[in-house]
Design a protein around this ligand. Structure first.
Ligand SMILES: O=C(O)CCC(=O)C(=O)O
Length: 244
């Protein structure tokens, strides 16, 4: 079995994979500098109550800095190994944690289990899946900061998600589960299935902490699939899906 196959197996079994040194020190310095610049420019979409400031526009504003992180050569084998040409960038978000930060336990793809149930009703529907690649821009050492996952939290549906979600009960349940704690260093990338519950945190409020997240989804009808007509794209083309 090749090293890559072992890593892909690990990603499937654990729900995440820590890729050490995915970005070079120069790339980290460049990306971190431009994320800090975005904050100085006031380009953030907001700062939430748990201390997470987010930026959704950086890929469009500064593609020369931010586009290389999409399908970055150090991450590409994992994305390609999981999804091949069906790998589609869904969204792109940078974060800065300016002060105290204890993220809420959450899943990026909350609807994974609901969609999984739905496909049973339809003959051609396939299970949607999401993958995060989160690039860390500082050393998160013990005592500084970390990223926690629920151990194998991608394999079974968590309780309390049925809409309307009971957030305090979900949070409490997450806290009571067995966890795996990662301490990603500057340049490391954590590749994980977007439906595994996770929580980032600072252990030291004055730590500089930022990251860039590329969200991918698996889209069977990719742009390279041979079809007689050109695709109309994405927005407004799902007649039976309710927009959130
Ligand atoms: O380390 C963090 O702050 C959490 C990152 C996160 O929520 C994500 O990558 O989706």
């Amino acid at each position: 079995m090749s090293d890559l196959d072992k890593k892909l197996d690990q990603l499937e079994v654990d729900g995440f994979l820590l890729v050490k040194g995915a970005l070079s020190p120069d790339e980290v310095a460049q990306v971190r500098g431009r994320v800090d610049h975005a904050r100085k420019m006031g380009w953030e979409e907001g700062l939430n109550s748990v201390g997470n400031m987010w930026f959704d526009s950086l890929l469009d504003r500064e593609p020369e800095t931010f586009a290389p992180l999409v399908g970055h050569p150090s991450i590409r084998p994992y994305l390609e190994g999981m999804m091949g040409p069906q790998c589609q960038l869904r969204s792109y978000r940078a974060h800065i944690n300016p002060g105290a930060y204890l993220q809420e336990w959450h899943m990026d793809f909350y609807g994974y289990w609901e969609e999984r149930r739905k496909i049973e009703s339809y003959r051609l529907a396939t299970q949607p899946v999401g993958v995060n690649t989160t690039y860390y821009l500082q050393d998160n050492n013990p005592g500084d900061g970390h990223l926690k996952f629920i151990k194998q939290g991608h394999l079974a549906e968590p309780p309390h998600l049925t809409p309307p979600m009971d957030r305090p009960a979900f949070e409490q349940w997450c806290q009571e589960q067995e966890h795996v704690i990662l301490y990603p260093q500057a340049g490391d990338c954590v590749v994980f299935l977007s439906h595994i519950p996770h929580q980032g945190a600072k252990e030291r409020d004055d730590m500089d902490r930022s990251n860039v997240v590329c969200h991918y989804q698996c889209t069977p009808m990719h742009e390279g699939a041979w079809f007689v007509s050109r695709s109309r794209g994405y927005a407004g083309t799902f007649p039976f899906a309710e927009a959130l």
